[in-house]
Ligand binder design. Structure first.
Ligand SMILES: Nc1ncnc2c1ncn2[C@@H]1O[C@H](COP(=O)(O)OP(=O)(O)O)[C@@H](O)[C@H]1O
Ligand SMILES: [Mg+2]
Length: 260
């Protein structure tokens, strides 16, 4: 059983994208996964998964109205998830100190609990990090993102939470980008995967259909697979090939070309 917080110092670096696609891959590998939308102010998980409003969310749990088991839903690829509420008005009455207890209550029912965290170190995020046993930092290859990630890792260290590794997202290959070896040196943790900038990721967000549901062969898709394998310690073959699109299916039928 592993509880992994997907964190970053800076916003918009790709935490939700990484958390969702990693969770789907782990689920496809046959693991029991629960993805928790710990970004209670932004509540993106339901939107990214293309699932409409859930009647009971993490908001109700933190408001003391429900237990967390009431807020677990099933998404694509048998992935279970706990959404956050979309309304901002209820945020003030939330008691974030209930977070660790709620997360602990889920631990018996999953192999992996993946927490999609808000950026920075506000009260919610501190509770989310304290609820985890491990942390995966998502950074973009620029100095500002890394400086913020460093603060995050210092906070985690203070609470004895292990930094399992770093995901360097949105790599464009320009010479000014901070290189993975420098990221490792600065943050003192291994780079688990590098994920290129890939227009298919944005397209999948717009379509509300995560990339790992059906489009695994794109450059970012290969990066997410490498991440899933780095997390589980398994080889890429452990992830079953997804249903191919019409064209890929036709090509593979004609030429026996592999999809992954
Ligand atoms: N590797 C990538 N290539 C292209 N677009 C990306 C990539 N990773 C994330 N994005 C896009 O960046 C935006 C922010 O990503 P998101 O996962 O919501 O960040 P965060 O959760 O850290 O705020 C989204 O529109 C997403 O589609
Ligand atoms: Mg997010």
């Amino acid at each position: 059983m592993r509880t992994i917080a997907i964190c970053s110092g800076k916003g918009g670096v790709g935490k939700t994208t990484v958390a969702v696609n990693l969770s789907i891959l782990l689920s496809q590998m046959g693991k029991k996964v629960i993805l928790v939308d710990a970004d209670v102010a932004m509540a993106n998980i339901g939107i990214v998964l293309g699932i409409e409003r859930a009647p009971i969310s993490l908001h109700n749990v933190l408001a003391g109205e429900n237990v967390i088991a009431d807020a677990v839903y099933e998404g694509p690829a048998k992935l279970k998830y706990v959404p956050s509420g979309l309304s901002l008005e209820g945020l003030k009455k939330l008691d974030f100190s209930k977070f660790p207890g709620a997360i602990a209550a889920l631990e018996k029912s999953a192999d992996y609990l993946i927490l999609d965290c808000p950026p920075g170190l506000d009260e919610t995020n501190q509770q989310a990090i304290k609820s985890s046993r491990e942390l995966v930092l998502v950074v973009t290859p620029d100095p500002a993102s890394l400086a913020d990630a460093l603060k995050m890792s210092q906070f985690a260290n203070r609470f004895g939470i292990k930094i399992t590794g770093v995901v360097v997202n949105r790599i464009r290959g320009s010479k000014d980008e901070v290189k993975p070896a420098e990221v490792e040196k600065l943050l003192g943790a291994p780079v688990l995967a590098v994920i290129p900038e890939d227009p298919e990721v944005r397209r999948s967000t717009e379509k509300q259909s995560p990339l790992m549901i059906g489009n695994q062969g794109t450059p970012a898709g290969l990066g997410f697979k490498a991440l899933a394998c780095a997390i589980t310690g398994e080889k890429a073959e452990a992830i079953p090939a997804q249903k191919k699109g019409f064209l890929a299916g036709l090509l593979s039928a004609l030429f026996g070309k592999k999809n992954q």
